[in-house]
Ligand binder design. Structure first.
Ligand code: SF4
Length: 327
């Protein structure tokens, strides 16, 4: 293990100034970064500790939305009364992630930047990985790919994004707020995470030296929301498939629907075509089935993960029935 410099930032501007040094990474809770550092996958020269910055608040916005600071822990965010009351899908997603101990340490900003749990990425002894070593190959494509993507993958990488929180944020149309040496910018969550394409080493749209400062939630949508996670064991496992939905049914017809899948792609997968399929139609079993089929249209499974196509459809049906009060 190589030695590293450690700095604790006084404020956001100090953190950004420190990050100008090459090889710098920010550290919040460290629940993912330290694991990757210990196994030699992340090799920072300098860590800038941002865990004590004044980014730990949750505040209502003038438009009725909510701002969640980047260093708010996953536990605090999940259990905040306004999150539980107005953004149930987010609270459920956060509580379904990791263990209680990890949720106490993990931050909202860090959760957005979680790296894939592809076996070949996290264990360099298993084989080549374009995400870890660009241009080296992808051992997962012809290897054991049970947990890998069925949508949006590329020849270079078939990994999935592991964050439950990001799937729920996508259903809520959240905005990621960033600050770097060239100022502040806001990125819609749907554009924050990337598909792998030719550059699987890049997980997100974040630029060198930029710090996530907060996540803004728009005013809550009418209707009910729900997060359903399907995993190999009931506690502490990443999603094989997950579904975040916000559903508004009025007089038996669907007025609004958000449908986002987790565990199936390199980013939260917003099922836009499926949303259109359900919107405006009667909320009944037939429409729900059609929506579930539309959501996985174009899926391209690999040898060991074909089961995810059917699993995703069942999960969508169950999530929509629950959110719509049919279950
Ligand atoms: Fe690496 Fe992506 Fe292939 Fe996994 S799927 S081995 S992360 S390139």
């Amino acid at each position: 293990m190589q030695s590293i410099y450690y700095d604790r930032a006084r404020d956001v501007d100090h953190a950004i100034a420190l990050a100008r040094q090459p090889g710098t990474m920010f550290i919040g809770g460290g629940t993912n970064l330290l694991d990757l550092y210990k196994s030699g996958i992340e090799r920072p020269l300098r860590l800038v500790d941002v865990s004590r910055l004044a980014l730990d608040g949750i505040e209502e916005l003038p438009d009725g939305g909510l701002r969640i600071g980047a260093t708010v822990s996953n536990t605090i965010a999940a259990n905040h009364p306004l999150v539980r009351e107005r953004y149930r899908v987010l609270s459920e997603a956060l509580l379904s992630g990791a263990s209680a101990q990890l949720r106490n340490m993990a931050t909202v900003g860090g959760n957005l930047l979680q790296r894939t749990r592809c076996y070949y990425f996290t264990d360099p002894t298993l084989g080549a990985c374009n995400k870890r070593e660009p241009g080296s190959g992808c051992a997962a494509k012809d290897g054991y790919n049970r947990i890998h993507a069925i949508l949006g993958a590329s020849e270079e990488c078939i990994a999935t994004n592991p964050s439950d929180m990001s799937v729920a944020l996508c259903a809520l149309d959240a905005i990621v707020r960033l600050k770097g040496e060239h100022g502040e910018r806001q990125v819609p969550i749907g554009q924050f995470h990337r598909l792998p394409g030719d550059h699987p080493e890049l997980d997100t749209d974040i630029r060198p030296g930029e710090l996530i400062t907060a996540v803004d939630l728009p005013p809550p949508l009418p209707g009910r929301s729900h997060y359903l996670k399907v995993r190999d064991r009931a506690s502490y496992a990443f999603a094989l498939v997950s579904v975040a939905t916000v559903l508004d049914v009025q007089r038996g017809a669907v007025r609004e629907l958000r449908l986002v899948l987790g565990g199936v792609a390199h980013k939260p997968w917003r099922a836009m075509e499926a949303e259109k399929e359900l919107r405006g139609n009667a909320f009944d079993e037939l429409t729900i089935e059609r929506t579930a089929h539309a959501a996985v249209a174009g899926a391209r499974p690999y040898v060991h993960n074909a089961f995810k196509v059917e699993l995703a459809q069942h999960a969508i049906v169950r999530a929509l029935r629950t959110a719509g009060g049919l279950a």
